[in-house]
Design a protein around this ligand. Structure first.
Ligand code: UD1
Length: 372
């Protein structure tokens, strides 16, 4: 049997926990040779290196070191560097993850070189084209050959956009694969020592969307709401570099005085903090899913979500206006928030399904009868 080369492209923090289980599952297919390419979109130790260590990811075969830049500069630099790499080292399939700039850049380069693309976490839609991630999702899905969806709304969205059904595979959520595998380790760790929680309840917050942090007025309103909440419940806030920069630039440090501000945390510490939180407040995508799996109430500071299943089945609620946040938090604290259930196929085995389908598509092994 001839062997096939599968290249995984990752670049930003949320890619790492999605690629890890897929790389591990593909190792069970000896005819597949894998390479891992880091674009360098995220480069700080605590945005990248710590995830590689804790997730057990192999070191990247190459880091393209593109770093930060405007949307166009960052995307273009990834494309130029990756094209050079793929011309020198051709792949049989390129796997891309999620919806970050590295995802669309890699998909576009690969497809134009005639290399088939597999998109893990396909089909999600917020229907809000002002989000850079929505543009990345729509375009990546249009040019991918294999589309792996985490929930059936993804299949519906793709079919509506004209993607042929035989390309679409509902496999479940790979992010949850990583959570299922590492939750016991996360729970066994003491919480990070620099957070003086004293066993008291706390709200965990993350914030980094341009719509929330790039507009000075919005950021000020949000920090004002958090300051109010912190008089009722302590707030733990690991701050994304983008948000830290904006708080500094806009001189809003005084509004964040009542909160425990931390540098971004590693995967295990963050999961441990989520698991023990009374409520999570976020504008992230993945955290809406993790809280749904963990059964922790989640308040998402956005007017829409590309993960509607976290609203219909899970523990997530959208909060559009910062001024409405305190009431929602108090409600979650007193009532415990929506109970929620775990969505179909969020069972820790999604990457195994992806690996089987990928191997079959590449002509490496027989189809798996049980694949949905
Ligand atoms: C990116 C993704 C977003 C994802 C998020 C997770 C896109 C369009 N956005 O947003 O979907 O939820 O990652 O973190 O791809 N910076 C550092 N160190 C780093 C990385 C970034 O200091 O290691 C700072 C830089 O000032 C940079 C800014 O953060 O300009 C924004 O980084 P960027 O990669 O452009 O987007 P994110 O906001 O991280």
């Amino acid at each position: 049997m001839s062997s096939k080369k599968v290249f995984h492209i990752v670049g930003a923090r949320p890619n790492f926990m999605k690629a890890a289980p897929v790389i591990a599952a593909l190792k069970d297919h000896p005819g597949i040779h894998q390479r891992l390419i880091h674009t360098g979109q995220h480069y700080d130790k605590n945005m990248s290196d710590v995830f590689f260590q804790q997730l057990g990811l192999p070191s990247p075969d190459i880091n393209l070191e593109v770093g930060s830049g405007s949307q166009a500069v960052q995307t273009a630099q990834i494309m130029m560097s990756l094209e050079e790499f793929l011309l020198a080292q051709p792949a049989d399939l390129v796997m891309v993850y999620g919806d970050v700039n590295s995802t669309i850049a890699a998909a576009l380069v690969s497809v134009k070189l005639g290399i088939p693309v597999a998109h893990v976490e396909a089909g999600l839609r917020s229907f809000d084209r002002s989000m850079p991630e929505e543009i990345n999702r729509i375009l990546t899905d249009q040019i991918s050959n294999l589309l792996f969806t985490p929930s059936l709304d993804g299949n519906e969205n793709l079919k509506r956009e004209g993607v042929s059904p035989e390309k679409i595979h509902f496999v479940g959520n790979v992010m949850i694969d990583t959570l299922v595998r590492l939750l016991p380790q996360a729970e066994a760790r003491p919480l990070p020592q620099n957070i003086p929680l004293n066993g008291k309840p706390y709200a965990l917050i993350t914030l980094h969307r341009p719509s929330n942090v790039d507009n000075p007025k919005n950021l000020e309103r949000l920090l004002g709401a958090l300051e109010k909440i912190s008089r009722k419940i302590q707030i733990v806030f690991p701050v994304h570099p983008r948000t830290a920069q904006r708080i500094r630039q806009q001189g809003l440090e005084n509004l964040s005085r009542g909160l425990f501000l931390l540098d971004p945390l590693g995967y295990l510490d963050f999961i441990a903090l989520q698991k023990k939180a009374t409520v999570v407040i976020t504008d992230s995508g993945g955290i809406q899913e993790e809280t749904t799996f963990l059964g922790i109430p989640c308040l998402t500071l956005r007017k829409n979500t590309e993960r509607p299943i976290t609203l219909t089945l899970g523990t997530n609620r959208l909060v559009e206006e910062p001024e409405a946040l305190p009431e929602e938090v108090y409600r979650a604290i007193s009532a415990g928030g929506p109970r929620g259930s775990v969505p179909p196929l969020w069972d820790g085995k999604s990457a195994t399904r992806i690996a089987e389908i990928t191997a079959t598509t590449l002509g490496i092994s027989a189809p798996l009868a049980a694949t949905i």
